[in-house]
Write a protein that binds this ligand. Structure first.
Ligand SMILES: Cc1cc2nc3c(=O)[nH]c(=O)nc-3n(C[C@H](O)[C@H](O)[C@H](O)COP(=O)(O)OP(=O)(O)OC[C@H]3O[C@@H](n4cnc5c(N)ncnc54)[C@H](O)[C@@H]3O)c2cc1C
Length: 383
C-alpha cells in the first residue's frame, strides 16, 4: 500500500493550491479528483477580484481583460454606475487555469490521480487508510493527514467529524461567445428577488466572453426558468442575436460564513468545504486562495514537527469575526423578498453614505482575513 504525508481530495482551486504548496515543502502528496479532466463541470463564473490578482501570481493568459465598470440595476431596471480608477476584476478562463495549476503541482512533485473518488477512511494509530475508487477498481492508501478540498458538500468533512455547510444558495449560468461589446468591459448586477431571490443576477462582459447567470435560495425559485427569463430580458443591454453558448455551469455556494470546526488531528478542510466564501458577495475564489495557502503552511509545519499544536492556528472561530457584518447583510438579503423594498434600497444607493457602502462591497479589499501568506518554513526555535 502506498504511503503519503497528505492526501488532498478535490482538485478545484483550493486543492490545487494546497497540494502544490505542500509538495514545494518536500512532502509526499497525493491529489485525487473524481473528474477525469479539470475543465469538466466547472461551477464558477471565475471572477477574480483585485486583491487576489495583486497577492497571487495567476498566469495572465488564463485571465480575461480587466473590468473597472459595474452597473447595478433595480427590479425596475433603473441603473447606477460605479467606476473604479483601478482594474477591479478579471474573469478567469477556469479550465485553462486549473490545468496550469495542476501542471505546476505535478512539477512540484504532487502525484495526481484523476477519475478517482474518495470513498471513506479509517484511522490506525498514527496513520489513516483511505479508500479510493477509480474507474475500474478500488485502492487503499496510507496517509498521515487528509485535506478535504472536495467542495461545498464535503464528504471528507463529514467523515472527519468536522462541521459541514448548512446554508447555501445555488447559481446557474451560461458562458457565451460572439457578443459584441459596446463600451468598456462591464459587470452588470441585477438586484431583483423575482429573478434571484436573496442574491443577484449577473451579466459579465469582458469583451471576449459573456457570463449570464442567476443565483438565489433554491427553495424560492427555479434557477433554469429564472435564467431563461433573465436572458430574454437583457436584449436592450447586450446584443445576444449571434451569441453561442459554449458552456453551462452551476452549483451550490455556501453562504453561512467560514465554518468553526475545520481541523482536527486527522485532517482539515479548505475552500468551499470549509465554508470559505463571502456570505454577502458569494465570492469564494479569494478566500479559497488565502485559506488554502494558510492551510498548507499549517499542515507543513505539523508534518515537519509532528507537533499537533501547529494545527491550532487553523480555527474557523479565528476567521469568523471578519464575517460578522457580512453575515448580517446576508440575513437582510435573505429576508428581503419584496421587489418594492429592493427598488427602495436601490434608490437609497444614490445617497452618498450608502453609495460608499456599495463601492466598498464591489471594490473593497476585505473579503477574507489577512492571513500569513508567507510560505517559508518556521525558523527553528533558538535554544
Ligand atoms: C455558479 C457559481 C458562480 C460562482 N462565481 C464566482 C465568482 O465569479 N467569483 C468567486 O470568487 N466565486 C465564485 N463562486 C464561488 C467559487 O467558485 C467557489 O467558492 C470556489 O470555486 C471553490 O473552490 P473549491 O476548490 O473549494 O471547490 P470546487 O471548485 O468545488 O472543487 C471541489 C473538487 O472536489 C472534487 N470532489 C468532490 N467530491 C469528491 C470526492 N468524493 N472524491 C474526489 N473528488 C471530489 C470535485 O470534482 C471538484 O473538482 C461561484 C460559485 C458558483 C456555484
Amino acid at each position: 500500500m502506498k504511503t503519503y504525508d497528505a492526501i488532498v481530495v478535490g482538485a478545484g482551486l483550493a486543492g490545487l493550491q494546497t497540494a502544490r504548496l505542500l509538495a514545494e515543502r518536500d512532502h509526499r502528496i497525493l491529489l485525487v479528483d473524481r473528474k477525469s479532466a479539470l475543465d469538466q463541470s466547472i461551477h464558477t463564473t471565475g471572477i477574480f477580484v483585485r486583491r487576489t490578482l495583486e497577492d497571487f501570481a495567476l498566469p495572465a493568459d488564463c485571465l480575461g481583460p480587466p473590468v473597472r465598470h459595474v452597473t447595478v440595476y433595480s427590479p425596475h431596471r433603473r441603473s447606477m454606475e460605479l467606476v473604479s480608477p483601478d482594474d477591479e476584476f478579471r474573469v478567469g478562463r477556469m479550465g485553462l487555469l486549473y490545468q496550469r495549476f495542476l501542471e505546476q503541482a505535478i512539477r512540484a512533485g504532487v502525484e495526481w490521480m484523476p477519475s478517482t473518488a474518495y470513498v471513506n477512511h479509517t484511522r490506525q494509530t498514527n496513520e489513516t487508510i483511505v479508500r479510493l475508487d477509480g474507474p475500474t477498481n478500488s485502492c487503499f492508501v496510507h496517509s498521515r493527514y487528509i485535506i478535504g478540498a472536495d467542495g461545498a458538500n464535503s464528504r471528507v468533512g463529514r467523515d472527519l467529524g468536522l462541521e459541514v455547510n448548512r446554508k447555501w444558495i445555488v447559481g446557474v449560468e451560461e458562458v457565451l461567445r460572439g457578443v459584441p461589446l459596446d463600451g468598456p468591459p462591464r459587470f452588470h448586477c441585477f438586484l431583483d428577488p423575482r429573478l434571484a431571490p436573496g442574491y443577484l443576477a449577473w451579466l459579465v462582459h469582458d469583451g471576449e466572453e459573456v457570463h449570464l447567470g442567476v443565483g438565489g435560495y433554491a427553495a424560492r425559485f427555479d434557477p433554469m426558468k429564472a435564467l431563461r427569463v433573465f436572458r430574454a430580458s437583457v436584449n436592450d443591454i447586450v446584443d445576444l442575436s449571434s451569441a453561442k453558448v459554449i458552456e453551462r455551469r452551476g452549483g451550490r455556494i455556501p453562504v453561512g460564513g467560514v465554518l468553526r470546526n475545520i481541523a482536527n488531528d486527522r485532517g482539515l478542510l479548505v475552500g468551499d468545504a470549509a465554508g470559505a466564501v463571502s456570505p454577502l458577495t458569494a465570492g469564494g475564489l479569494d478566500p479559497c486562495m488565502r485559506l488554502s495557502t494558510f492551510a498548507a503552511k499549517v499542515v507543513a509545519d505539523y508534518l515537519d514537527t509532528d507537533d499537533l499544536s501547529a494545527l491550532k492556528a487553523y480555527s474557523g472561530d479565528l476567521f469568523r469575526a471578519r464575517f460578522i457584518s457580512r453575515l448580517w447583510m446576508r440575513r437582510m438579503m435573505a429576508v428581503t423578498q419584496s421587489p418594492a423594498l429592493v427598488e427602495f434600497g436601490c434608490a437609497m444607493l444614490r445617497l452618498p453614505l450608502i453609495n460608499l457602502l456599495a463601492w466598498h462591497v464591489f471594490f473593497g479589499r476585505g473579503s477574507f482575513p489577512d492571513l500569513d501568506l508567507n510560505f517559508a518554513p518556521q525558523p527553528a526555535a533558538s535554544t
